[in-house]
Ligand binder design. Structure first.
Ligand SMILES: Nc1ncnc2c1ncn2[C@@H]1O[C@H](COP(=O)(O)OP(=O)(O)OP(=O)(O)O)[C@@H](O)[C@H]1O
Ligand SMILES: [Mg+2]
Length: 456
């Protein structure tokens, strides 16, 4: 459902357009002052808004001035200017300034609805094209998308694209959950081997025998339980990339066999005598300090240098906090879509909590936290109360320590009042944040006598 923001100082017109557009299936937010509109859009980059209807003559700020701000801050949002009869000059300067179109008051409703429909179609097309371009650029789509904003990760990503083309083996290092597997897949996707298989093997999860049989395959009777011939992953990955995850956990025996494959490009299937040739590029990953493992004698130095022709080190999330917000929004959109929940935003205090937290489990932990919040959310917004993070627990304890001796409904009254103020008395939004229905909110407003003028 598309959302239209309407800004006009005449409440009559606001009310009329609100009703008309809602009846036509739009979501609507109305603003009586240009400053409120700008404030709402400044709150977050992803405030749900698809188009703006803007009156040019308003008392608090000149419409053209607002248009100017809008074009600067949100050039992606189409603005339709509403002008009064006989002020065609306003319309022309508005279009010159970047308005999408204009409509002269009074207008028949079909004219407005037709215009909005065309504009939204156009916007969808532009967005789709942009998305396609971005995906091409990233070389991934959907769950493969690599999201970042920080310079630290940009460097890593540039290096990834740069070395992807070579045939060198690559070692990806980084704490747990920093995106090592994602980078390994990107290396393959951007390499000349991209049309061949990308095969992934978690070396830590398997016993030696199983790991060897997975890697090299086996013939029937090679060991107890080997009832059929089975192809190994090395063969599966022939021509492509083999991703060896948790390479730091591989035993010395398997390390020796791996060394041979990386050197000779051939191997022996378990239980057979024949050697087999393969052409595989290795990408290995570890969250251990592999050099230290070498020094301590747990990892072969020769294998280390074989695998680590080039290394890519992923910085932990706490060292690139700029990435937290775009990642959180990315996971929010993906999870909400998967769970068919209409949750689009993260409120400011939740965002602050996310950005301040240290993320020992890095991006994976962030993904889990957002998923949990989406499951628990009852309104359309992720609030700090939905985040099980240390920072929030602290905040709660502080309030608890300074407990005030008041009745529960007094707390409720105060809380509702403050949320209403926070949202500029926008009842649907307030209800969403409070996790109650609009009807319940209306009831509480009259119960507590919270008319707008008392709280201005
Ligand atoms: N920059 C990113 N953009 C989008 N998603 C990301 C990003 N980094 C990590 N993820 C997601 O976070 C999760 C963890 O990433 P991944 O599995 O690649 O990490 P890892 O370093 O291999 O973790 P582990 O050490 O626990 O195996 C995955 O679901 C991945 O899709
Ligand atoms: Mg991994």
């Amino acid at each position: 459902m598309a959302t239209i923001f309407i800004c006009d100082d005449e409440t009559e017109i606001l009310r009329y357009l609100d009703k008309l557009l809602q009846a036509s299936g739009y979501r609507v937010e109305t603003f009586a002052r240009g400053a409120d509109l700008l404030l709402r859009l400044a709150a977050a980059e992803t405030v749900p808004c698809d188009a703006i209807l803007l009156d040019v003559r308003m008392p608090d700020m000149d419409g053209l001035q607002i248009l100017d701000e809008l074009c600067k801050r949100r050039p992606d949002l189409p603005v339709v200017i509403m002008t009064a009869h006989g002020t065609i000059d306003d319309a022309i300067s508005a279009i010159k300034q970047g308005a999408y179109d204009y409509i002269t008051k009074p207008f028949p409703k079909e004219k407005l609805l037709g215009m909005l429909e065309r504009l939204l179609d156009h916007r969808r097309l532009v967005q789709e094209n942009q998305q396609l371009r971005e995906e091409l650029h990233r070389g991934g789509s959907g769950s493969d998308a690599i999201i970042f904003r920080s310079d630290a990760f940009r460097e890593v990503y540039d290096l990834t694209l740069q070395v992807a083309e070579s045939d060198a083996n690559i070692l990806v290092m980084g704490e747990s959950g920093t995106g090592k597997e994602l980078i390994a897949a990107a290396l393959h996707r951007n390499s000349p081997r991209r049309s061949k298989p990308f095969v992934s093997l978690n070396c830590a999860a398997l016993s030696d025998t199983l790991l060897e049989s997975q890697l090299f395959g086996h013939v029937r009777g090679a060991f107890t339980g080997a009832v059929m011939n089975q192809k190994g992953l090395l063969e599966e990955a022939d021509g492509g990339t083999l991703f060896l995850d948790e390479i730091g956990d591989v035993s010395p025996a398997v390390q020796a066999k791996l060394l041979r494959v990386t050197q000779e490009k051939d191997f022996i299937v378990l239980g057979s005598t024949r050697t087999r040739k393969v052409d595989v590029r290795f990408v290995a990953a570890t969250n251990k300090d592999l050099m230290k493992e070498v020094i301590d004698g747990r990892f072969r130095e020769d294998l280390y240098y074989r695998l680590n022709v080039i290394s890519i080190t992923l910085p932990p999330l706490r060292e690139r906090r700029e990435d937290i917000e775009p990642l959180a929004r990315h996971f929010l959109t993906a999870t909400a879509r998967r769970m068919k929940k209409d949750i689009r935003d993260i409120d400011d205090s939740a965002l602050r909590t996310l950005i301040q937290y240290d993320w020992p489990g890095n991006v994976r932990e962030l993904e889990n936290v957002i998923e949990r919040a989406v499951i628990l959310a009852r309104g359309g917004v992720i609030t700090a109360a939905l985040l099980p993070l240390g920072a929030r627990r602290e905040a709660l304890t502080v309030t608890a320590g300074a407990a005030q001796m008041v009745a529960l409904d007094e707390i409720e009254r105060r809380h509702i009042t403050s949320i209403l103020k926070e949202t500029g008395f926008h009842k649907s939004r307030a209800a969403a944040i409070l996790g109650i229905s609009r009807k319940t909110l209306d009831r509480k407003i009259s119960e507590y006598h919270l008319a707008e003028r008392d709280n201005a």
